[in-house]
Design a protein around this ligand. Structure first.
Ligand code: ADE
Length: 414
């Protein structure tokens, strides 16, 4: 029995899902194959994923492959209520709505787990974590899982290192066809989309400070520069910092950037990126947005502590007035701005990420894997790239026999 905000939104949600389907040709092709071969017949898949129109296309695809699906959101603010209603109307067990409390969030994860999934699909690792910590009776039922995001993969590797991970999980995030596109172009576009939808602010001429120069930060910096902003990158890894410098950005510590920036965007995956000492230095009117998985990068309690008052200015924009009168605008409560204030990554890029998810799911069902973190099999990664190219009408060269031989030899030199 589903629990969503308003089932009457189902028709509107179904239109959105149909829209996404028409922009996700790879996943739709996989759906055709799944419909014919039923690689997930009789399998229950438990999801903790952002409940978006793209996720709904993945859910429908797994259902076409014979799976039963139960789904909860993976962030209190990212559920698209109309999409949740549409899935519920189609018979999927949905436990998700926008604006859940932390307690409701975990209750919903547990409702998914009550379905005793054999496969888990996580974005951030909360299902895996909950099973290992609180629902250990399910460890004998679960065959394996997939993890969608960098933060979740980092968590899983930490569990693996501590010998605490008791089933196999495929790090979908680490597939080339996932992070090189979703994290880079997807986060780049959707983060700006979230900031623009909530503020309608002009990027041109602004100083945008991007914290973190991983795949997500790179995408955000690139798109901000493309809109005419002066971009500053803050990064702790010397190689990545060097790359940012050679990509043409100014690079400096957050302590220096905090007095210069107009818009601050965090994408590090770590805690305490923007805290009291930075906020104190910021200009009047600075805008703070986070694009990392958890709401720990901008230290909101510090902002609260420094403030004399706060006011909701627009959807997803709260103005904090600091004790000296300076105004700081926090977007989407410091939660991931691209999903809380916009629709997440566009369908075209989720097409590849979710093709990886669907195929990895079938792979887990077919193969018995020992506990541990696994890469997406290279055959899947390269198949997804080939399928995407084909849907884009792009043909590429292939190696001749002579070229292959040359590449595998070592004797031919100067
Ligand atoms: N993560 C980022 N964008 C997303 C989307 N559109 N759907 C599901 N998960 C996402």
């Amino acid at each position: 029995m589903s629990k969503v905000k308003d089932i009457r939104l189902a028709a509107q949600g179904a239109l959105k899902v149909d829209w996404a389907e028409s922009h996700m040709p790879v996943l739709m092709e996989i759906r055709k194959q799944f419909t014919a071969k039923k690689p997930l017949r009789g399998v229950t898949v438990g999801f903790a994923l952002h409940v978006t129109k793209e996720t709904a296309v993945l859910v429908r695809t797994l259902v076409a492959g014979g799976a039963r699906v139960a789904i909860a959101g993976c962030n209190p603010l990212s559920t698209q209520d109309d999409v949740a209603a549409a899935l519920a109307k189609e018979g999927v067990d949905v436990y998700a709505w926008r604006g859940q409390s932390a307690k409701e969030y975990y209750e919903n994860l547990n409702k998914v787990l009550d379905h005793k999934p054999q496969i888990t699909i996580d974005d951030g690792g909360d299902l895996v974590f909950t099973i290992h910590k609180h629902r250990r009776e399910l460890l004998s039922v679960v065959k394996g899982g997939c993890e969608e995001t960098t933060t979740g993969v980092i968590r899983l590797r930490a569990m693996e290192k501590d010998n605490a991970l008791e089933y196999a999980v495929i790090a979908t995030n680490d597939a080339d066809t996932k992070h090189m596109f979703d994290n880079h172009y997807g986060t780049g576009q959707s983060t700006l989309d979230g900031i623009l939808r909530s503020t309608n602010i002009l990027f041109s001429g602004k100083t945008v400070v991007v914290a973190g120069y991983g795949w997500c930060g790179k995408g955000i910096a690139m798109r901000s520069q493309g809109m005419g902003a002066n971009v500053i990158v803050c990064e702790v890894d010397p190689v990545k910092a060097l790359q940012a410098a050679m990509d043409g950005y100014r690079v400096m510590p957050m302590d220096s950037a905090s007095s210069i920036g107009d818009i601050f965007i965090t994408a590090t995956g770590d805690i305490d990126i923007i805290c009291e000492r930075h906020i104190r230095k910021m200009k009047d009117g600075a805008v703070l947005a986070n694009s990392g998985h958890f709401n720990v990068e901008i230290v909101v309690p510090d902002l609260e502590k420094l403030s004399a008052g706060k006011k909701v200015m627009r959807d997803n924009v709260v103005m904090y007035t600091l004790k000296g009168g300076k105004r700081i605008y926090l977007l989407a409560e410091g939660r991931l701005v691209n999903l809380a204030a916009a629709e997440g990554h566009p369908s075209e890029v989720m097409d590849m990420s979710f093709a990886d998810q669907a195929l990895s799911c079938a792979y887990i069902n077919k193969n018995k894997l020992a506990p541990g973190v696994y890469p997406v099999p290279v055959e899947i990664d390269s198949l997804v790239a080939k399928m995407k190219l084909a849907t884009m009408g792009i043909r590429i060269d292939s190696l001749t026999a002579r070229q292959k031989e040359y590449l595998s030899g070592w004797e031919e030199g100067t």
